[in-house]
Design a protein around this ligand. Structure first.
Ligand code: ZN
Length: 140
């Protein structure tokens, strides 16, 4: 997964992809979100460590929770990537899920990224899951 995809997933999930200048030092303030990025010891300072990598189970778990409202759609999208013969055999969803279970966090995150980018013309963000807009729409 490249940084463009990592930034896309981080921002889709509602977090800041911090704007960190090359000469940033500890106690650096991100100009986009205002958070202070720092390290206990100067020798521990690693600005890159503030970015989600999506190659850890922790980052995948964060992404998986954000995807909750779109899980079924994602599972069917993933199944559609399988050959048509699998679809005709009715095994597509289950075999896609078994395949998914074998993937690393990075591979899973890349699939989710591809899924979200493909449906970019029909945008969805976790913020739209809070129900606020839905309740307002019910009154119309
Ligand atoms: Zn930031």
């Amino acid at each position: 997964m490249n940084d463009t995809d990592r930034q896309f997933l981080t921002e889709w999930g509602g977090e800041c992809w911090h704007e960190i200048s090359d000469d940033a030092e500890p106690s650096y303030v991100c100009p986009k979100c205002g958070i202070i990025l720092t390290a206990i010891h100067y020798s521990d300072w690693n600005p890159k460590a503030f970015y989600r990598t999506f190659d850890t189970w922790a980052d995948f778990g964060w992404l998986w929770e954000k995807l909750e409202a779109y899980l079924i759609e994602f599972i069917f999208w993933h199944a559609k990537q399988k050959p048509m013969t699998a679809l005709f055999n009715g095994q597509s969803c289950s075999s896609a899920l078994v395949e998914f279970e074998r993937l690393s966090p990075a591979e899973r995150s890349q699939l989710i990224c591809d899924f979200l980018r493909e449906r970019a013309d029909n945008p969805c963000t976790p913020e739209q899951q809070d129900g606020t807009d839905r309740r307002e729409a019910d009154h119309e």
